[in-house]
Ligand binder design. Structure first.
Ligand code: SAM
Length: 434
């Protein structure tokens, strides 16, 4: 086990990445939560390097583990496994002449401090063999089976099988390749116009109106722009739900699963005036929602409540808020299969049974949200899932259950390998007038 953080201690990013990876391997803590636990005193560059190594190792875990596991007589201690994974990721990343020798040397020196001298000897031999094995690997052939794809592209085999069945060999392969690339950071520019003056140099324009890619190394200034509300860090895929909701000035709009508030803010930005109500369960996510909503130009009411109970308990009436809304957005919890490039640990947490579990919850939330729509009003159901079971299947079941009281007017599905950004799905349903 590596040493725990000590405030004020001078630490290097590599050792910190090993420590976080140990915690992830042992306790399955979420990687974003682990990163949040890094000491505040850590410099921006070290924090960035630590994140890069941790994400890279988690993203490539399956491929590296499949190489080194058969080389070892018994499983290594977790700290040594973390060292092998991070060194393995550095080898995958590649570098100039002498890169392998530098990676081996560094991993060996770190093992002496973070583990033990005998383990350093083993790391020396195994990292060299990982390098040779990676050099010998070739990209799987066009019709490679699920096992080979799962190993090479570092995904659970059951998930690869599911994607092969849903997206075909070419789509599944492109999705796997997509998920293995480091994800750019995107921002939605909230201020008038586009980034100008010195700020223009921090961003790359995208084909998606209002969205910019944040250039690496821009973070110091970008953080200020986030804090003063000029921009919001958000993937272009989020626009689909907002476009379909089409909130208008003066309307009453409910964001029924709002935290951390990216879509509430986009709704408020479009409306100019009107009533926006943001609902989410009481949880620590509410603090981020509050913080983000304080940046909206119009008044957004925040309600901490369970959407499934909101009507029965008369929560909206108690808060003097409308009981029904011109437009309701329901951005449900889901498998996150559309955002795995950003959320690198999701693929290792997900279980095949999660899809049905999510679909049941999504169906219940959809029925609850539907009761809060005025006659003639619109209900947008959205996910960041690519999976039919959480998208069209949920909508079909809902339409069947509501027997003509709602009509599906439009849908948008983005697939990363087709659209060039995160995956998402959005469906707009119109409530009958009578
Ligand atoms: C995908 S996230 C929403 C993201 C948000 N719309 C945004 O753009 O920032 C799903 C949210 O649904 C919330 N949620 C789950 N069950 C809920 C319930 N029964 N009532 C209210 N909110 C719920 C979760 O707490 C979570 O914040």
């Amino acid at each position: 086990m590596t040493k725990p953080f000590k405030p004020g201690l001078s630490v290097d990013a590599w050792a910190l990445a090993v420590e976080l990876l140990v915690r992830w391997l042992e306790n399955n803590e979420r990687v974003d939560v682990l990163l949040d636990s890094l000491p505040r005193s850590l410099g921006r560059a070290e924090r960035g390097r630590c994140q890069h190594l941790l994400f890279g190792a988690v993203r490539n875990l399956g491929r590296i583990e499949a190489i080194f596991t058969p080389m070892l007589a018994r499983p290594p201690r977790t700290a040594v496994k973390a060292i092998l994974l991070i060194a393995g990721y550095e080898l995958i990343e590649g570098g100039n002449d002498g890169h392998t020798a530098r990676v081996v040397h560094h991993a060996v020196e770190q093992t002496k401090t973070l583990a033990s001298q005998p383990e350093a000897k083993m790391v020396n031999a195994v990292v060299r063999k990982i390098s040779a094995a990676l050099d010998a690997q070739t990209v799987p052939a066009a019709l490679a089976g699920a096992t080979e794809l799962a190993n090479y592209y570092s995904h659970p085999e059951w998930l690869v099988r599911r994607w092969l069945a849903q997206f075909g060999a070419a789509g599944a392969r492109e999705l796997l390749e997509w998920n293995q690339k480091p994800a750019p950071v995107y921002a939605r520019w909230r201020a008038e116009g586009a980034p100008a003056g010195e700020d223009a140099a921090l961003f790359v324009a995208t084909p998606w109106k209002g969205f910019y890619e944040v250039k690496s190394g821009s973070w110091a200034r970008v953080e200020t722009l986030v804090n003063d509300g000029t921009l919001f860090l958000q993937d272009p895929a989020t626009r689909h739900a907002i476009d379909l909701l089409a909130p208008k000035t003066g309307e009453a709009v409910l964001d029924a699963c709002a935290a951390p508030g990216g879509k509430s803010l986009a709704i408020a930005d479009l409306m100019g005036s009107g009533r926006v109500v943001a609902v989410d369960l009481p949880s620590p996510r509410i603090d981020r929602l509050k913080q983000n909503l304080s940046r909206a130009k119009i008044d957004v009411a925040l309600v901490q409540a369970d959407l499934l109970q909101i009507e029965r308990l008369g929560v909206l009436e108690e808060c003097n808020l409308p009981k029904a809304y011109d437009a309701v957005l329901l951005d449900v919890p889901c498998s996150n299969t559309g955002v795995m490039r950003h959320r690198v640990d999701v693929k290792w947490r997900l279980q095949v049974s999660d899809f049905a579990k999510h679909a049941r919850q999504q169906g219940d939330l959809l029925s609850a949200a539907a009761r809060l729509v005025v006659p003639g009003g619109r209900l947008v159901y959205s996910t960041c899932s690519l999976d039919t079971e959480e998208n069209m299947d949920v909508i079909s079941t809902f339409l069947e259950k509501t027997r003509g009281r709602f009509t599906l007017e439009a849908q948008r599905i983005s697939q990363p390998w087709v659209d060039g950004h995160d995956g998402a799905a959005a469906f707009v349903l119109r409530k009958a007038v009578g």
